[in-house]
Design a protein around this ligand. Structure first.
Ligand SMILES: Nc1ncnc2c1ncn2[C@@H]1O[C@H](COP(=O)(O)OP(=O)(O)O)[C@@H](O)[C@H]1O
Ligand SMILES: Nc1ccn([C@@H]2O[C@H](COP(=O)(O)OP(=O)(O)O)[C@@H](O)[C@H]2O)c(=O)n1
Ligand SMILES: [Mg+2]
Length: 209
């Protein structure tokens, strides 16, 4: 209370006693296994999982005024303006009592990245990057069976293009800061999980600190 850190937090977050939560960005192409592995990280390491895509899909379902715009963008594989996505993420963080979050599928472009940092003052602890070849991601997406309007071959190709053009540069940005933990994601779920666990082991987390 009353420290310089609290004052800085107050400036950014608007509340003096609230400490900024620890955030890990979970990135990787569509179908690389982000959501699947996040469920395990929640179970083993106590993080709260926030999927930007899930939050946007819930917003469509809620009948919000942005719903139609979000639905059209998702159908086209385009990235929704950060203002919308960041509001949903902030609300989810505030409503949750946890102090550590996996933010899955965000930031997806430079605009997402810069705006999140500016608005929340949060820098990710590290970025978990699921590296997977397109042909494997395509196979997984076509077999996902979650009734998603964007899991069809036409939209999938658009999403791959957006990933290469807009999302990879964000990963490169964090790579240059030494913050990327790359996971070889083209393996069976159990094998990917072993790599993920190694990143989150107490020894590895100590090195981050
Ligand atoms: N390592 C894996 N090997 C094979 N299939 C996987 C693997 N990881 C996830 N899947 C499956 O691939 C699909 C996409 O996974 P998901 O976790 O939703 O990826 P993302 O969130 O990155 O799009 C799902 O049907 C999931 O069950
Ligand atoms: N930061 C984000 C995340 C998702 N989205 C939208 O939501 C779609 C699905 O995102 P997702 O993260 O659920 O998709 P997967 O990578 O899990 O397959 C994206 O293709 C975008 O249209 C967005 O606009 N901005
Ligand atoms: Mg997902």
């Amino acid at each position: 209370m009353g420290s310089i850190v609290d004052a800085a937090n107050k400036e950014v977050n608007g509340t003096a006693s609230e400490k900024r939560p620890a955030v890990i960005f979970v990135l990787g192409g569509p179908g690389s296994g982000k959501g699947t592995q996040c469920a395990y990280i929640v179970e083993y390491f106590g993080y709260t999982h926030l999927s930007a895509g899930d939050l946007l899909r819930a917003e469509i379902k809620s009948g919000s005024e942005n719903g139609t715009m979000i639905q059209n963008m998702i159908k086209e594989g385009k990235i929704v303006p950060s203002e919308v996505t960041i509001k949903l993420l902030q609300k989810a963080i505030q409503e949750n009592g946890n102090d550590k979050f996996l933010i899955d599928g965000f930031p997806r472009n430079e605009e997402n990245r810069a705006a999140f940092e500016k608005v929340t003052g949060i820098e990710p602890k590290f970025v978990l990057f699921f590296d997977c070849p397109e042909e494997e991601m395509e196979r997984r997406l076509l077999g996902r069976n979650q009734g998603r309007e964007d899991d069809n071959i036409e939209t999938i190709r658009k999403r791959f293009k957006v990933f290469l053009e807009s999302s990879l540069p964000v990963i490169q940005y964090y790579e240059a800061k030494g913050k990327v933990r790359k996971i070889h994601a083209a393996k069976p779920i159990e094998d990917v999980l072993q790599e993920v666990k190694a990143v989150f082991s107490p020894e590895a987390e100590k090195v981050e600190a």
